[in-house]
Design a protein. Structure first.
Length: 319
C-alpha cells in the first residue's frame, strides 16, 4: 500500500493533466446548469402564478414549491451524471488502483444491506442507496467500504409518507483476527458532552437496547465515545489502551461522528458525512489543493485503519 506522500505525488504527476481537461468540462457544465436553472425558475414561477390566480389556495403554492425542488433535483442529476461518471473513471478508479493493486473499485455498487444491519450500529432501514464500493485486501486483511444512505419511513394519519435519515456517510467493514463471543458497540458520546458527566452517565445507562454500559479508563476516549456490550470482559480486551488512543486520533482527524462495532469477526466503522465522498462539486474547482487532498486523505485514512488497529496481526487466533 502506498504512503500518503506517494499517493499525493501520483495524484499530481499522473492525474493532474486529466484534471485540467475535466475542469474545463466542469466550467462549461456549470454555465449550462446556471442558464437552464434560470429559465426553469422563470417558467415554473409563471405556471405557479397563473394557476394561483385562478385557484387561490396556499396548498397549490406548497405543492408547486415541493414540485419545483423535486423536478429541479432530477434535472440537476441528469445534467451532471456524465460528468461525475467521467470523473470517477478517470480520477477515482486510477487513484484507488495506485493506492493498492489488491483493491477494486465499483462506482455503481455499495455495501450490502446485510452488512449494514449486521453491524448493530443503526436500526434497520426501510430504504437504502449508495455507490463507490471499494473492496479487496490491504495488508492481508479483507476490507470493503462505500458511501451508504439509510432511511426510515414515517407514515402520518393521512397515509402520507415522509423519510428521515438513519445514516449517511462512509461505511467500512474489515475483517478482524478474532471471532468475538459478544457484540461491542462504540458510539459518539452525545449525552455526556451535552448534559455533563452525571446526567450523561445516567442517560447512557438507560439505553437498554444496546446491552450493558462499559466504562473505560481512558478519560479522552470516555469524553468522545460511549461503549455498550453484552460481554464486559471481551469489550475491555478488544478496546485496549492502544486501540482507544487510535480511535480517538481517527475521530479527531475525520472531524465527523464515528460509530464502531465489533461483531462476529468483523469491525464496522460508520463515518457520518453530508455528501458523497467521491463525487466532485460542479461549483468548486478540481484544481484546488484542498479538493485533491480530500480524496487522497479519505482513501488513505480508511485503508490505514488496518495498519493503525493492527487488524492484520494475528493477536488472537480465530476459533
Amino acid at each position: 500500500m502506498k504512503s500518503k506522500s506517494e499517493l499525493t505525488d501520483y495524484y499530481y504527476k499522473s492525474l493532474y493533466p486529466v484534471l485540467k481537461d475535466l475542469d474545463k468540462d466542469r466550467k462549461e457544465l456549470r454555465s449550462r446548469i446556471i442558464s437552464i436553472g434560470f429559465i426553469y425558475t422563470i417558467i415554473f414561477g409563471l405556471i405557479t402564478f397563473t394557476i394561483f390566480s385562478y385557484v387561490e389556495s396556499m396548498d397549490i403554492v406548497y405543492f408547486f414549491g415541493f414540485a419545483f425542488f423535486a423536478v429541479g433535483g432530477f434535472i440537476y442529476k441528469f445534467l451532471v451524471k456524465d460528468y461525475i461518471s467521467e470523473f470517477k473513471n478517470k480520477i477515482i478508479a486510477p487513484l484507488i488502483d495506485a493506492l493498492d493493486e489488491e483493491l477494486t473499485y465499483h462506482k455503481d455498487l455499495h455495501i450490502s444491506e446485510l452488512l449494514f444491519n449486521r453491524s448493530k450500529l443503526f436500526s434497520h432501514p426501510d430504504r437504502y442507496s449508495g455507490n463507490d464500493l471499494v473492496k479487496g485486501e490491504v495488508l492481508n486483511t479483507k476490507i470493503r467500504f462505500s458511501d451508504f444512505h439509510a432511511e426510515k419511513r414515517h407514515r402520518n394519519s393521512k397515509g402520507r409518507d415522509s423519510w428521515s435519515t438513519i445514516f449517511k456517510g462512509l461505511f467500512v467493514v474489515a475483517e478482524f483476527n478474532k471471532n468475538f463471543i459478544g457484540q461491542t458497540v462504540v458510539l459518539p458520546d452525545t449525552a455526556q458532552s451535552t448534559f455533563g458527566d452525571l446526567i450523561g452517565h445516567w442517560l447512557q445507562s438507560k439505553n437498554i437496547t444496546r446491552g450493558e454500559l462499559v466504562k473505560m479508563d481512558d478519560p479522552e476516549f470516555e469524553k468522545r465515545f460511549v461503549v455498550y456490550s453484552n460481554d464486559q470482559i471481551e469489550a475491555r480486551y478488544i478496546l485496549s489502551h492502544s486501540i482507544m488512543k487510535k480511535l480517538v486520533a481517527f475521530e479527531k482527524h475525520f472531524g465527523h461522528p464515528v460509530h464502531i462495532s465489533f461483531v462476529r469477526d468483523h469491525i464496522h466503522i460508520a463515518i457520518n458525512y453530508n455528501k458523497d465522498m467521491f463525487e466532485p462539486s460542479v461549483f468548486s474547482s478540481l484544481l484546488e489543493y484542498k479538493t485533491a487532498m480530500e480524496y487522497v486523505d479519505t482513501l488513505h485514512l480508511v485503508t490505514g485503519i488496518i495498519g493503525e488497529l493492527k487488524l492484520n496481526e494475528k493477536i488472537w487466533s480465530k476459533k
